[in-house]
Design a protein around this ligand. Structure first.
Ligand SMILES: *Cc1c(COP(=O)(O)O)cnc(C)c1O
Ligand SMILES: [Zn+2]
Length: 439
């Protein structure tokens, strides 16, 4: 399965099949073997993409009979690493809807503006992680890895399990014991990954796995891997395409390990440098108040960084020491973006609102809307702005959070939708129906 051309001499990256560059020391290396940090300084790596040419939107036209026709990731191949077609593992990922609903704008306090939501919960395993995973697992196949692995708060593991199974590769998943949602754990088990529950939190699990995979014998599929963010860039390319390459004013997304924020910054840079867009939207990264080391770092003018012990209802962003903080910082600085935190209550109210209008998402996803609402209230986002909120995961990922909110009996839950119980009589049923019609 190693179909790549033999590695060229290191240093002249034009000759390397899959060049990666260290974001700390700037050295270029060949990504045609397992590599997740710079061999010289241990810095994180970025895949090198040629942005010296200009591109027009028709460069991404779907060609029948190729992956570009079925995959919302591989359609953007001109801005992705050149992984050989024979190695590609794809499950029709991407191609997710971009919804607009005036009720969302109104909830955020932007009656004159527009909010779109980009729903990544429509991906095959129900989260945006599939976009990164098609690239990472294809890379693992291209370089002949025997085992792929990740540490996960749930969605990465479900996605890795799925793509590894599709590629017929074994998958190893480290999860923090008792800290991931039932829906995500069920998915990962059903899809056949070897699940190892670690006593400790996500940050500890990721550190363990990074040590295990340092010698390259096991393929590390977390977003510190330079190939995974490449797939996640296509969230931005696709939403820009859906907006006819008219950049919105703001793109808001939840931030946990910050791989996605980093990927968004890289995507916007590449779209801008190749002339696809003529201005950069501002990125708003939203963290949960109980897991907000990046928001605190931003608030200090990127002066003092302190990891935290993370706690939040939004398990997908319950991360206290984000691995991609430095890369994400570049994105925020380059786009003059913001990093803010919102409380669990604000997340759950925003989620109830997104759910109630028929769209639905998991708790972490709703942080994006809650954060936009906060940024509008503080005057940072104009009420007539155009905003895209990225809904990172599907409604059914976390049924326990839904039950707690709606059925938990907490009277402060303003949008709680409690089922009604009746005796099995027509009278009782008619009373309920009459009440519903009267509203
Ligand atoms: C992974 C994930 C996030 C956080 O993304 P990072 O790249 O870790 O910042 C947010 N929401 C959902 C649903 C996720 O699965
Ligand atoms: Zn380096």
């Amino acid at each position: 399965m190693s179909d790549l051309a033999p590695a060229a001499v290191q240093g002249s990256h034009q000759e390397l099949a899959l060049p990666v560059r260290c974001m700390s020391c700037g050295a270029t290396h060949d990504g045609n073997h397992p590599i997740t940090t710079c061999p010289e300084c241990s810095g994180l790596l970025d895949a090198l993409i040629d942005t010296s040419r200009s591109l027009r939107p028709d460069a991404f036209a779907a060609t029948p009979g190729t992956f570009s026709a079925t995959s919302g990731v591989w359609r953007f191949a001109p801005l992705l690493p050149a992984i050989p077609a024979e190695a590609i593992v794809t499950r029709w990922e991407g191609n997710t809807p971009l919804y607009a609903d005036p009720r969302l704008a109104s909830y955020a306090g932007m009656d004159g503006g527009q909010i779109h939501v980009k729903h990544e919960g429509h991906n095959p395993t129900g989260s945006f992680k599939d976009r990164g995973m098609t690239v990472a697992v294809s890379h693992a196949r291209a370089i002949g890895s025997a085992l792929v692995a990740c540490a996960s708060t749930g969605n990465t593991s479900a996605s890795l399990a799925s793509y590894a199974a599709a590629a017929n590769l074994p998958a190893l998943v480290l999860i923090p014991e008792g800290k991931i949602s039932t829906g995500k754990l069920a998915q990962t088990i059903a899809l056949g990954a070897l699940v190892v529950q670690v006593e400790g939190d996500f940050d500890i699990a990721l550190r363990l796995l990074r040590d295990l995979t340092a010698d390259g014998s096991v393929y590390l599929a977390n977003s510190v891997n330079p190939f995974r963010p490449e797939g996640q860039k296509t969230i931005v390319f696709e939403l820009l395409d859906q907006l006819d390459w008219q950049a919105p004013d703001v793109i808001a997304l939840p931030g946990g390990n910050l791989g996605n924020t980093a990927a968004f910054g890289k995507a916007l840079g590449e779209a801008y440098e190749t002339g696809l867009i003529d201005r950069l939207p501002r990125i708003a990264t939203i963290q949960a108040a109980g897991a907000a080391p990046f928001a605190a770092w931003y608030a200090s003018g990127f002066d003092r960084y302190e990891p935290v012990k993370a706690e939040t209802v939004a398990t997908a962003i319950r991360i206290g020491d984000p691995a991609s903080a430095d890369r994400a910082r570049r994105c925020i600085e380059r786009t003059s973006g913001w990093v803010v935190s919102v409380t669990d209550n604000e997340i759950l109210e925003a989620k109830a609102h997104i759910d109630r209008i028929g769209i639905g998402c998991e708790p972490a996803s709703a942080a994006s809307l809650a954060g936009v609402r906060a940024l509008v209230a503080s005057g940072e986002i104009a009420t007539d702005a155009s905003v895209v909120c990225v809904l990172t995961g599907n409604l059914l990922k976390d049924p326990d959070a839904i039950a707690d909110y709606h059925l938990g009996g907490d009277e402060t839950r303003r949008s709680a939708n409690r089922p009604v119980s009746i005796p099995a009589t027509m009278d009782a049923l008619k009373r309920v129906v009459d009440d519903a019609i009267r509203g």
